[in-house]
Design a protein around this ligand. Structure first.
Ligand code: NI
Length: 280
């Protein structure tokens, strides 16, 4: 989907932009069905792709907020969706050049009490101190999302500032999610983005964002595709110390799987990803 100049301008100014009617009702229904199934069977669990992003991610505990990375490994129809094609072309407009790589992830906010997704910049997760790259994430609502069911919140203009100080939620190295340190920004400037099903929201890797708790009685599913421009070398290396001593159960599962039963599958996936990058 090509975006008009005003949409691109607003994205560059605010760091996020709403894209109404980005996926058809039929596509939203089909995608939601896929993700209901993937989350129900915890697809990718043993490989470290399915994990609890806000809890300790123990096998015998109900997850606080499950996430699935690279869901197309477990539902190949996700490689051929109109959403993927439209998001890729929208990303090219927003980044100013065709993206060189992409990955997908899906997030489930279970109904009930829930917890908010803390304020963070996606760029704070980057690990290489010597390189940087521009990223845009295109988040798709798979049902109507309200302030009660965990809509996104953004801090306009934070995309034009630096990467702020973060820490791991609860200063707990076993928790995946990062949180921007309080005092680094003023939450009163935040904009809530309740949206109907099928609306997408694009945000940059630098944009400060959060999501509310899901206190409704329905699960909230969202599907996100992230696109990157090629990495460039930083003039000065940057350290993100909050990424140094991560000890999540997910990383441990991934390590065990890659060195054991998943060795061949993992190599094939990496080759496949490289071929896709070159050919698509
Ligand atoms: Ni994020």
């Amino acid at each position: 989907m090509d975006l008009d100049a005003e949409t691109v301008r607003n994205y560059r100014k605010d760091g996020f932009v709403l894209l109404p009617g980005f996926a058809s009702p039929e596509e939203v229904t089909a995608l939601r069905k896929t993700f209901v199934d993937l989350f129900a069977r915890r697809a990718g669990r043993k490989e470290g792709c399915e994990f609890d992003m806000l809890g300790h991610d123990e096998d015998d505990e109900a997850p606080v907020q499950p996430q699935i990375l690279d869901p197309a490994y477990y539902a190949s129809e996700l490689r051929r969706t109109p959403f993927l094609a439209n998001a890729k072309s929208a990303a090219a407009s927003l980044l100013g050049a065709p993206p060189s790589s992409t990955f997908g992830h899906a997030i489930l906010k279970p109904p009930g009490a829930g917890v908010p997704t803390p304020w963070h910049q996606d760029e704070a997760y980057h690990r290489d101190p010597n390189s940087e790259f521009e990223q845009v994430s295109i988040w798709l609502a798979l049902q109507d999302v309200t302030t009660q069911s965990g809509c996104l919140y953004y801090l306009p203009g934070s995309n034009r500032g630096p990467v702020l100080q973060h820490h791991r939620v609860g200063d707990d190295p076993k928790v995946h999610s990062l949180e921007c340190m309080p005092g680094e920004f003023d939450e009163r400037d935040a904009v809530a983005c309740p949206v109907p099903a099928g609306t997408a929201i694009a945000h940059s890797g630098r944009t400060l964002h959060a999501a509310g708790a899901n206190t409704s009685n329905e699960s909230r599913y969202a599907y996100v595709l992230a696109f990157q421009l090629p990495a460039t070398r930083r003039a000065e290396p940057v350290a993100f110390p909050w990424n140094h001593d991560v000890q999540t159960a997910r990383i441990e599962r991934q390590r065990r799987w890659r060195h054991g039963s998943g060795l061949v599958v993992d190599i094939n996936r990496r080759i496949g990803n490289r071929v896709r990058r070159v050919t698509s």
